[in-house]
Design a protein around this ligand. Structure first.
Ligand SMILES: NC(=O)C1=CN([C@@H]2O[C@H](COP(=O)(O)OP(=O)(O)OC[C@H]3O[C@@H](n4cnc5c(N)ncnc54)[C@H](OP(=O)(O)O)[C@@H]3O)[C@@H](O)[C@H]2O)C=CC1
Ligand SMILES: O=C(O)C1=N[C@H](C(=O)O)C[C@H](O)C1
Length: 266
C-alpha cells in the first residue's frame, strides 16, 4: 500500500536503514520483524526482548529501533536509545504528558540535538485508525454528545487503549477550541458503567476473544447520530504505517506524536 506522506525536514538518510526491534518476540514484534525483513531498503539487525542485554541493540549498528514492548518499560527504552544515538519508532502504549515531556527534554540535550535524533510515537499505525481519529477530531465541534468505545483482544494489558486516549484527547481539544460545554449526562456519580473519563470524554473498553483492535466514536445531536468505526482485523494492517515511520523518523529530529503528523491528510 502507498501512503501519501507530508514533507519532512531534510536530513541525511542512510542508503539501507538498519533496524532493531524491541519486544521482538511479542505479537506485534514478530509481525514487525517479518515486515522489516521483507522491506526494500531496511535491514533487521537486532531482535531484543525481555531479559536480553541492551548491548544487543547498542552494538547492532541500528539506525532506528522499533519498540512494541509493554507500557512499564517503553519510556526507559526510548531514553536508552537516545543515549545510544538511535532513532526510535514507538507503538507501545502507556505514554503520558509527563513521559513525553521527559523525552522532549532528553532530545533537547546538546549531544542528542546535534545528532538530530528523532522519536516518533504513534498510538496506532493503522491507516483506518489514523483516519478515524482525524475524522472524529474534525466532527467533534458539531455534536453535543460524544462517547468512544474501543474493543480489543482479551490479552491486552492496558485499558483504555492508547488509541482511545489519543482520540478522546483530540476530541476534547477540538471541543475546547469551539467553547463547547461537556457532553450532557444526568448520571449520578459513582456509576462504574459510564466508562473512563479521558479529558472529559467517556471511553468504554470491551475485551473479547476473536477481536484484534477496533474503535467506534459515537456523536449525537437531537434527532441524529454519527458513528465513525474502524476495524483492524489483522496485525499486518499496522505494517505499512510502521515501515513508513521507520523511513520517516530519520528525517524528523525531535518528538513526533501521532502518525497523522507524517501523513498528508490535507
Ligand atoms: N501503535 C500501534 O499501532 C499498536 C500498538 N500496540 C501496542 O504495542 C504494545 C505491544 O503489544 P503486543 O505485541 O500485543 O504485546 P505482547 O505482550 O505480545 O508483546 C510485548 C513483548 O515485549 C516483551 N517485553 C516485556 N518487557 C520487555 C523489556 N523490558 N524489554 C524488551 N521486551 C520486553 C514481552 O516479553 P514477555 O512476554 O516475556 O514479557 C513481549 O514479548 C502494547 O502496548 C500495545 O498496546 C499494539 C498494536 C498496534
Ligand atoms: O494492544 C493492542 O492490540 C493495540 N494497542 C494499541 C492501543 O492501545 O491503542 C493500538 C491498537 O489498538 C492495538
Amino acid at each position: 500500500m502507498t501512503i501519501p506522506v507530508a514533507s519532512a525536514t531534510p536530513s541525511p538518510v542512510p542508503e539501507t536503514i538498519n533496524v532493531a526491534v524491541l519486544g521482538a518476540a511479542g505479537r506485534m514484534g514478530r509481525t514487525v520483524c517479518d515486515a522489516i525483513e521483507a522491506a526494500a531498503g531496511l535491514e533487521l539487525v537486532a531482535r531484543y526482548d525481555a531479559g536480553d542485554d541492551f548491548s544487543v541493540v547498542r552494538e547492532s549498528g541500528a539506525h532506528v529501533a522499533v519498540d512494541f514492548t509493554v507500557p512499564g518499560v517503553t519510556e526507559a527504552n526510548v531514553h536508552a536509545l537516545l543515549d545510544a544515538g538511535i532513532h526510535a519508532v514507538v507503538g507501545t502504549t502507556g505514554w503520558t504528558d509527563e513521559s513525553r515531556q521527559r523525552v522532549r527534554e532528553h532530545l533537547a540535550q546538546p549531544a542528542v540535538a546535534a545528532a538530530r535524533t528523532g522519536v516518533l510515537i504513534a498510538p496506532n499505525f493503522g491507516l483506518s485508525a489514523v483516519l478515524a481519529m482525524t475524522f472524529a477530531a474534525r466532527a467533534a465541534r458539531y455534536f453535543e454528545s460524544v462517547e468512544v468505545i474501543e474493543l480489543h483482544h482479551p490479552d491486552k494489558i492496558d485499558a483504555p487503549s492508547g488509541t482511545a486516549r489519543h482520540t478522546a484527547a483530540a476530541i476534547a481539544a477540538a471541543r475546547a477550541d469551539a467553547g463547547m460545554a461537556p457532553s450532557p449526562d444526568a448520571t449520578e456519580t459513582g456509576h462504574d458503567a459510564r466508562g473512563a473519563d479521558v479529558d472529559g470524554v467517556r471511553v468504554h473498553a470491551v475485551r473479547l476473544r476473536g477481536l484484534v483492535a477496533h474503535e467506534e466514536i459515537l456523536f449525537g445531536n437531537v434527532g441524529e447520530q454519527l458513528s465513525i468505526r474502524q476495524d483492524s482485523f489483522d496485525r499486518v494492517s499496522f505494517m505499512p504505517g510502521v515501515l513508513l515511520a521507520v523511513r520517516e523518523v530519520v528525517t524528523r529530529p525531535g518528538l513526533t506524536v501521532g502518525l497523522e503528523n507524517v501523513l498528508d491528510l490535507s
